[in-house]
Design a protein around this ligand. Structure first.
Ligand SMILES: Nc1ncnc2c1ncn2[C@@H]1O[C@H](COP(=O)(O)OP(=O)(O)OP(=O)(O)O)[C@@H](O)[C@H]1O
Ligand SMILES: [Mg+2]
Length: 321
């Protein structure tokens, strides 16, 4: 069953779409089955993945309005290793329509039931607003990945985002969690960047991804070629960082799964009354046990806690295919 993650931050231009496209591509390279849902009427995730946003009759809009089967609105572009549910300006019309529909916030969740067994990961690229579209993503998702730019106004608006997540958790979707905080467009030369990064770690602790996405011109160029960075320039710092992020996500997942299994085994073998103690997260898991491509170790300069951001451009990209 797919893990469904909403990539959200109502702040505009923080790297939501860039993360959605490049993380899906990086996970696709590890042979995970991945679907990218474009839930933004701007359609940037669609074009950035190399899909013509006006060439497809069926889009996320039709899925939300239940005017087609979910599968019918999914395309499998030949040049990438993930599927895309495209979007375009029609989605604005869907948003207006949804306002008069009962259960409007559950439309995407209901629709994804038709396809969640077909994927390992489903990422939803949200618009820069806490509107009914983003709400649909939060109701459908297991977790929220929050991209944050480490700059002065970064934390502004974060409390309303967290409040919305909490409200959804407390009502329609108790399983919704903060999956991770991702530091994006990081400039290691900027003192303020380090300060904001440290504040994020203080507040969110281990929920801040160790991988930092650097500011990298190749990441900004890639969408105009309709290519994820792993294909546009695999050895760029941006590509290395997103491959590292995919590795970190897979490792986290494997550590959680093995902790769950250990707890389960312990529960089954423990005498009644004994409390099982799950193993802690291990960062040393390098081999996949699920038949998928193994995960390479993170390049040392793409991990950090604010004190060690991505700096070097001389690293080779990890081979994950
Ligand atoms: N790490 C990076 N380095 C350099 N440029 C980047 C990086 N990440 C994103 N950009 C550029 O910054 C701009 C905003 O990024 P992006 O579209 O991913 O943000 P967004 O949060 O999805 O925006 P919106 O809120 O409008 O949906 C884009 O032009 C993108 O190419
Ligand atoms: Mg976007």
């Amino acid at each position: 069953m797919a893990k469904i993650i909403a990539i959200a931050n109502q702040k505009g231009g923080v790297g939501k779409t860039t993360t959605a496209i490049n993380l899906c591509a990086a996970l696709g390279e590890t042979q995970r089955r991945v679907l990218l849902i474009d839930l933004d009427p701007q359609g940037n995730a669609t074009t950035g993945a190399g899909v013509d946003k006006n060439a497809h009759e069926l889009t996320t809009c039709d899925v939300l309005l239940s005017s087609c089967q979910t599968k019918e609105a999914i395309v499998s572009p030949e040049h990438v290793k993930f599927d895309v549910m495209p979007s375009n300006a029609d989605l604005t019309a869907a948003e207006v329509h949804l306002m008069s529909i009962d259960g409007r916030e559950r439309r995407l969740a209901e629709a994804l039931k038709q396809v969640e067994a077909d994927y390992d990961y489903i990422y939803i690229d949200c618009p820069p607003a806490l509107n009914v579209l983003t709400l649909n993503a939060f109701v459908a998702a297991n977790g929220v990945l929050i991209p944050m730019q480490c700059e002065y106004y970064a934390l502004e608006g974060l409390s309303s985002l967290l409040q919305t997540i909490k409200q959804v958790q407390g009502s329609v979707n108790p399983r919704l969690a903060i999956e991770g905080i991702l530091r994006t467009m990081f400039d290691g030369r900027n003192k303020l960047g380090h300060e904001v990064s440290n504040q994020l770690i203080e507040h969110f602790e281990s929920r801040v991804y160790r991988t930092i996405i650097p500011r990298n011109i190749r990441l900004a160029e890639a969408p105009s070629f309709g290519q994820p960075i792993v294909y546009y320039d695999k050895s760029s710092r941006g590509s290395i960082a997103y491959l590292a992020l995919a590795g970190e996500i897979i490792r986290r997942e494997m550590a959680t799964a093995s902790a769950r299994n250990a707890a389960q085994t312990q529960t089954e073998s423990s005498p009644p009354g004994e409390v099982p103690r799950p193993d802690g997260e291990s960062d040393g898991v390098e081999a996949s046990t699920d038949g998928k491509a193994p995960v390479e170790p993170l390049p040392s300069d793409t991990v950090g806690r604010g004190d060690k951001p991505v700096e070097s451009s001389s690293q080779e990209a990890p081979t994950v295919s």
